[in-house]
Design a protein around this ligand. Sequence first.
Ligand code: TYD
Ligand code: ZN
Length: 407
Amino acid sequence: MTSCRVCNNSIEPFMTFGAMPIANGFLKEEEFEDEYFFEMEVAFCENCGSFQLVKQPDAKRMFHENYAFFSSLSKYMQLHFKAYAELVIDRVFTGRDDPFVVELGSNDGIMLSNFKEAGYRHLGIEPSENVADVARSHGIDTLSEFFNLELAERLVAEHGHADAVICANVMCHIPDINGVAAGMAKLLKKDGVLMFEDPYLGDMITKTSYDQIYDEHVFIFSATSVAWIFDKHGLELIDVLPQITHGGSMRYVLAHKGCHEVSANVAELLENEQVQGLHLAETYEQFKCNCETSRDALFNLLERLRNEGKRVVGYGATSKSTTVMNYSGIRPEHIEFISDTTPIKQGKFSPGVHIPVKPYEDFKKNPPDYALLFAWNHAAEIFENEQSFKANGGKWITFVPKVEVIE
Ligand code: TYD
Ligand code: ZN
């Protein structure tokens, strides 16, 4: 028995993914021996609707000076964040005098650069020093700290209240969500707006995209759970905007209660979540069965290809792939290497399973028979760029929403 991170209700894990390493912990051979693992169990709280990890490794094991994730590598994501920033400027900043935006988990400044270029007051909060340094080198004001109520108070004293607080793929990383929500309520102006987006529980359940579950994602949110969490801190959901990024995300718009009009989208999505059964334990029992089916199908396919002597290469050393490979029992003999464009990952090995990560040029030079699409959330961009791979007989393996070979 354990207690819900949001409401303290007692909860039980409904499934385990087994021993998991740090999802972004790409490592060198000499580090194999000391690799850290934790039991990755998940639970659903029927009281507040929060889908959560039961245990999460210490934050310092995940976010540090060697954090291997740089947001600005994907062109599509750059456009996505530009549009996000434009929405904030249009919807929140219009008509305000010298507005101020704070971003949590601002990474290398991919989103804030849009505010900086437009001349707005901005501040990024980014605990991973290496990515924060990249942002600073581009002139984006960035503080390397973890956000909480105390930091919110300090920010208000130093900069004043924020007109907008924004984040993307950050809120679901924060175990002390109540502390952060209290900090948000403190930091926001009376008529300020909070916007954040994260992988959406409804999509994960529909697509069996269980690879959204890994150490960093302590929560997979729904509108129901977000409304519950922030209500306790005086903030209400005023809009919800579905996004295609990260395989299906939701952008939540919140504000101090009664200060802004509430969009009809909110009631509609809350209703859809009831229809989908996101509040029911049986939905998660079914999800568990679907995960097992997906896991077995992927393992069996890779076993068959190995027996047939086919070459399989992973495409994209994603954090998500750590869950897929470790949960499915994939071994180095199944996958020759993983191709990835991120320099800090290249020359290292994947967490837990220890498959070598190589530069994209290696994929280009010697294309495999099959490319296993770990970066399935970027499928549109990747398929567009890899038309010659397919034209030359290369096949794709995808596993979301189901395990499939695309010829
Ligand atoms: P990302 O989508 O952020 O997934 P996660 O959140 O699970 O880590 O990461 C995509 C990874 O794939 C990143 O390491 C860069 C890599 N990548 C390529 O190697 N080639 C590509 O064309 C794209 C789009 C991504
Ligand atoms: Zn709860």
